[in-house]
Write a protein that binds this ligand. Structure first.
Ligand SMILES: Nc1ncnc2c1ncn2[C@@H]1O[C@H](COP(=O)(O)OP(=O)(O)OP(=O)(O)O)[C@@H](O)[C@H]1O
Ligand SMILES: [Mg+2]
Length: 720
């Protein structure tokens, strides 16, 4: 594989040769459309490109992914990315492919055929891949490790990136036993730099990550964890007449904004989602109790703005990159400051004013204390390591209680809990305690009085309910399941969504191959049973009725596909197709394939078609409409003057990768002359401005004109 010609510069002596900033910025602009690097991104990229290990600590939404995605484009070879969740890998790979970057992931959810194709690519000796995403469980298997060693032997691995690296540490809030096995990568793939990335700032976790991954003299980069665009607020359930209605009014007061509401239990998600929906809020529930088809459709609808609010357990979150989440609400107190920071940090990834709202209730607090205490007492019978981590869970939760029950600055509390020293003025009245100190003090006083007067009732109620309700809560909430993860399974489904299967595998004492085989069989059996039951109409009349596809559903399906085509029309602008007829053809295809199997299969097929439309090339769309759906030739006419594929401005070898994937965007990146960032508006200013723009669409004309894009691309090509 030929080396790229990126310009190098010497820093502090001849040995330290780093890639020049200008060349990297060009790549960033070309592939991602961003005008410059943020925070410590550049330093991290330069470090790993020079062959140095790096530990990179950046806040949620800070842009950690770019730290390994740019090296993948700057240097020949594959960047191996270890990710904790399949959903996260899928999202990132899909987004990269949309940008014409050759990325793949390997997971147990893929078909054997797809996996084999990727393995063939890897073993071809000249893989066109830039990034390969894998689960930590896959890395732990001897079969995959042997493959990696072989690829490494051919000099084809350029970097190992460990995303969400705090999962390595038992001190972190999301410990994953399989992450600990990643230390073997250092010995098995010698000479390859390792980049560990996390948004978890506890010093103990940092030390543990560096040690466990055997990072050698790493460059340690730490950014401030402050999220200045998030306003923090706590509301007290015990002082509200009806917290459900309060949340409903709160969301409505901002109009049709995008939000995530976190609940502790699955049933609470369902109830709250029903309540919000019945009050006119576009919303859906998401948790591991729903089948994967439903979850996938909820996710699709939310990402494509069809639904605005998702009411979810912690199963929802990692790697979901919707930038315009304006509100993250915790309807129950989270288990630790780290979880709270990660989850609330999903708001405002576009850096615009956003809100974190936490509903604190004394009942919720007791429930969580009970759960954590229970876990601690179970573990006190196990190893001292586990016992230590359980005590830590209780101490972590204490910080969350303090966050809610103290009248001091909330932002300061968050940052100080991560060991960051901050001045009182940093907050600039962007939390309720700083903005309305008198009100917050009054509420806390009322809370103390209320809890004191209700204390006796509570303690008896809590004791009675604890035996039954809390046991149920343990079964239907998500966060502790990660601790129960199988530690040696072949390739566990790295998704909290698949807890049942993982647990089943963990409990089995069979060989790993046998376990995989069993899992595949049980999945197949479940699918066959589903088909049998839906086809057996005599016995299952009610089920089929419930599952039937109405004309209204089909109409809304067509509309959904039409919207998806329109959203992606910049890519299909060279095709002379009638969007409505195309949507109808695609819907017909879905209905023909899955109509008989029932609503959920039909919906999931629709969802996957929407996803497909977001990455399909004009040719792929033509083929699908032309052959699969018998599209008439009048409808699909490929334009005669299809523009040639653009060439990346910096690396010529990249051209082949881009061309191979065939999904180059014709829209050019943003202007090279970076405009100064707009002033940060207050949250209400921002929402009001959006409302005005919505009412006056002519004020926001589209800037994405493919003609401009192509000519700019051609200009760049000429410069090259
Ligand atoms: N230099 C940049 N300029 C503008 N936007 C950027 C830049 N780098 C990244 N982003 C955008 O910021 C958002 C957050 O990036 P990313 O998902 O990598 O964050 P993260 O640090 O991994 O967050 P999390 O901890 O939640 O996983 C993305 O939408 C990404 O495209
Ligand atoms: Mg990330």
């Amino acid at each position: 594989m030929s080396k790229s010609q990126l310009p190098l510069q010497n820093v502090g002596g001849a040995e330290k040769r780093v890639v020049k900033k200008e060349a990297l910025v060009k790549l960033l602009r070309w592939h991602f459309g961003y005008s410059d690097f943020r925070g410590k991104q550049l330093e991290a990229i330069q470090a790993v490109l020079s062959g140095r290990d790096c530990f990179c600590l950046m806040p949620t939404g800070g842009g950690k992914s770019i730290c390994y995605q740019i090296p993948a484009l700057a240097k020949p070879g594959i960047v191996l990315v270890v990710c904790p969740l399949i959903a996260l890998m899928e999202n990132q790979v899909m987004a990269l492919k949309e940008k014409g970057i050759a990325a793949e992931y390997l997971s147990s959810t893929q078909t054997v055929k797809t996996k084999n194709e990727i393995y063939e690519k890897l073993e071809s000796g000249k893989p066109s891949l830039s990034l390969l995403y894998v689960t930590p469980e896959l890395i732990a298997t001897s079969g995959f490790m042997a493959k990696l060693t072989k690829i490494h032997g051919k000099g084809l691995i350029s970097l190992i990136a460990i995303d969400e690296a705090h999962c390595v540490s038992t001190w972190g809030h999301d410990f994953r036993p399989s992450y600990r096995k990643l230390s073997s990568l250092r010995n098995r793939l010698p000479g390859i730099p390792v980049l560990a990335l996390t948004a978890t700032a506890a010093p103990k976790v940092q030390e543990d990550v560096i040690k466990s991954l055997s990072l050698e003299n790493p460059l340690v980069l730490k950014s401030s964890f402050n999220r200045p665009n998030i306003y923090y607020e706590v509301r007290y359930k015990d002082l509200l007449d009806n917290p459900y209605s309060d949340l409903c009014d709160y969301l409505k007061s901002y109009g049709n904004i995008c939000a995530i509401v976190y609940c502790l239990e699955r049933t609470a998600c369902d109830d709250l989602a029903i309540h919000l929906s019945s009050n006119g809020i576009s919303c859906a529930a998401y948790h591991a109790g729903l089948n994967s088809k439903v979850r996938s459709s909820v996710l699709d609808d939310w990402i494509s703005s069809k639904t605005q609010v998702v009411v979810a357990t912690v199963a929802f979150g990692y790697g979901i990159d919707r930038k315009d989440v304006r509100v993250v609400c915790h309807f129950n107190i989270p288990k630790s400051m780290e979880s709270f920071y990660q989850e609330s940090g999903r708001a405002g990834r576009d850096q615009l004013p956003s809100q974190s709202l936490l509903y604190y209730g004394v009942d919720d607090r007791k429930k969580m204390e009970f759960i954590l205490g229970n876990a601690a007492s179970k573990k006190s019978h196990s190893s001292s390591l586990e016992e230590g981590s359980s005590k830590k869970s209780l101490a972590d939760f204490r910080l969350m209680i303090e966050y809610c029950e103290e009248s001091n600055c909330r932002r300061k509390k968050i940052l100080e809990s991560f060991g960051e020293e901050v001045t009182a003025s940093l907050c600039a009245k962007s939390c309720d305690s700083c903005k309305h100190p008198d009100k917050v003090s009054k509420y806390l006083e009322e809370l103390t009085n209320t809890t004191n007067s209700r204390h006796r009732n509570w303690s008896s109620r809590i004791c009675i309910s604890s035996a039954s309700d809390f046991k149920d809560a343990e079964q239907f909430s998500e966060f502790w399941n990660r601790d129960d993860e199988a530690s040696g399974s072949e390739e566990d489904i790295s998704d909290s969504d698949d807890i049942e299967i993982t647990k089943h595998i963990a409990n089995s004492s069979k060989s790993s191959e046998r376990r995989i085989h069993d899992t595949m069989e049980s999945l197949q059996r479940a699918e066959e049973n589903y088909y049998k039951s839906t086809n057996n109409q005599d016995k299952q009349v009610n089920k089929v009725d419930k599952n039937s596809i109405s004309e209204t559903l089909r109409e809304s399906g067509k509309q959904r596909l039409l919207n998806a085509i329109k959203q992606n029309q910049h890519r299909f602008s060279n095709l002379q197709i009638d969007f409505e007829i195309s949507a109808e053809k695609l819907e017909n295809e879905c209905h023909k394939k899955y109509g008989k199997s029932g609503k959920s299969f039909y919906l999931s097929q629709m969802a996957s078609t929407v996803r497909w439309l977001s990455t399909a090339t004009p040719d792929e769309l033509t083929n699908r409409l032309g052959t699969n759906a018998n599209m008439s030739s009048e409808v699909v006419k490929p334009a005669a003057n299809v523009s040639p594929l653009p060439i990346s401005p910096v690396i010529t070898t990249q051209f082949h990768r881009v061309k191979a994937s065939g999904t180059v965007k014709f829209n050019s990146p943003v202007s090279q002359d970076a405009a100064p960032p707009p002033p940060i508006l207050s949250f209400s200013e921002f929402v009001n401005r959006r409302k005005t723009e919505d009412n006056n669409p002519s004020s926001t004309t589209s800037k994405r004109q493919s003609g401009d894009g192509v000519s700019r691309v051609m200009e760049k090509k000429a410069k090259c």
